[in-house]
Design a binder for this molecule. Structure first.
Ligand code: GLU
Length: 375
């Protein structure tokens, strides 16, 4: 098998999971952070830019309070512990670097809403211009369940997109992506490189076993999909092995490299697909699915066979085909009609829209420019 090398990069987001910050599920430890810090310092010396995304606020808060286990936390408890632990986490990182560290706390809303996204983007650009080290975490204290990204793997991917990074490094406690869970399947093999994140790749990963960490392999693959879709190479590396970080610093590839998509999505389509939540689902017939997939068509009301969810004009919806009770997603797009209107015009020809609804702001339901078709 040909050796896989780390592609050249100039700006990286390095995600450090709770398993590395708090190896005993409590408090902050430097055991694994020193080699990571060394990688960051060396990369910066070479003129590259680095943004850290660090977990561990809740674990640091737990250690400070010294009571309760991570598995028994209610939402307000988690939020309070994050508030307690976040400054400790920052102080912990700060000890490892000679440059100023800047705390950036984000929620899903900041990534999903254009104005806030641009604000966050400008702030990070300014911090890099000032030669500081931005350290990002989710703003756990205010992020309620619906407004959370929920795990720092996906958060790191959003940050990589926002910061226009060309590399995402996810440091975890596993050697890379395996063909099966190596805990249960001893002959599982590590994949040195993945060219495309397909359903087979998702099938290889199972849920996380750890208590403090929110992620697991699933969220790492999701993060890799988000990043590679925008043209960002993504690396999964074992941060508990200092030698692996050093190898990465020499341009070697000790973990798994998820290669950037051959045709990365433009910013708006990437945002529609990965940041905008879906408010409902339109089931379409096979002919409409085919036209969307292969002909670059807009979605017309005639192709819609079912409407699910309560959504308004301008919301994002999934577009799927159904076969024997199983739905396959065909596309995601921004609808020109709300759910109530769509229920009345589904299956009709476009010219009938005005008769049924009294007005027809568009003769399509989702315009081709507002559609992202699944690969
Ligand atoms: N934001 C959480 C924390 O700082 C961690 C989330 C995660 O590990 O994915 O504790």
């Amino acid at each position: 098998m040909a050796t896989v090398a780390l592609p050249d990069w100039t700006r990286a987001v390095v995600k450090v999971g709770s398993a590395l910050v708090a190896p005993d599920d409590r408090g902050c430890s430097t055991t694994h952070l020193l080699p990571i810090a060394r990688f960051v310092i060396q990369s910066r010396r070479q003129g590259k830019e680095v943004i850290l995304v660090s977990s561990g606020a809740v674990a640091a808060g737990l250690a400070e309070q010294g009571r309760g286990g991570p598995g028994t936390l209610s939402i307000p408890e988690r939020q309070a512990l994050a508030a307690l632990g976040q400054p400790l986490l920052m102080a912990h990182w700060r000890r490892l670097f000679d440059v100023p560290c800047a705390q950036v706390l984000l929620t899903y809303d900041d990534l999903q809403r254009r104005a806030r996204f641009v604000n966050a983007k400008n702030t990070i650009a300014e911090l890099l211009d000032r030669d500081t080290l931005p350290i990002v975490n989710e703003n756990d204290t205010v992020a309620t369940e619906e407004l959370r990204v929920g795990d720092n793997d996906n958060l790191a991917a959003y940050v990589a997109v926002l910061a226009e990074a060309d590399l995402l490094v996810i440091c975890s406690d596993v050697d890379g992506l395996y063909t099966a869970d190596p805990h249960d399947t001893p002959d599982a093999e590590r994949l040195p490189a993945v060219d495309a994140i397909t359903d087979e790749i998702y099938d290889m990963v199972g849920p996380s076993h750890r208590k403090v960490a929110t992620g697991g392999m699933q969220t790492k693959v999701e993060a890799a999909e988000k990043a590679t879709d925008r043209g960002i190479d993504t690396v999964l590396v074992n941060g508990t092995k200092g030698g692996h970080l050093d190898a990465l610093g020499r341009g070697e590839m000790p973990g798994t490299l998820f290669r950037q998509a051959e045709q990365p999505l433009p910013a708006r389509k990437h945002w529609m697909l990965h940041a905008l939540p879906s408010a409902g689902r339109l089931t379409v017939d096979a002919g409409a699915a085919d036209a969307l997939r292969h002909e670059g068509a807009s979605l017309l009301p005639s192709g819609i066979v079912a409407v699910e969810g309560r959504f308004a004009r301008g919301d994002a919806v999934e577009i799927a085909v159904e076969k024997g009770g199983n739905w396959t997603r065909v596309a995601k797009g921004i609808t020109q009609y709300g759910a109530a209107d769509l229920e009345r015009i589904q299956g009709r020809q476009s010219h009938a829209i005005a008769e049924v609804l009294d007005e027809a702001p568009a003769d399509y339901v989702v315009h081709r420019d507002d559609l992202v078709v699944e690969a």
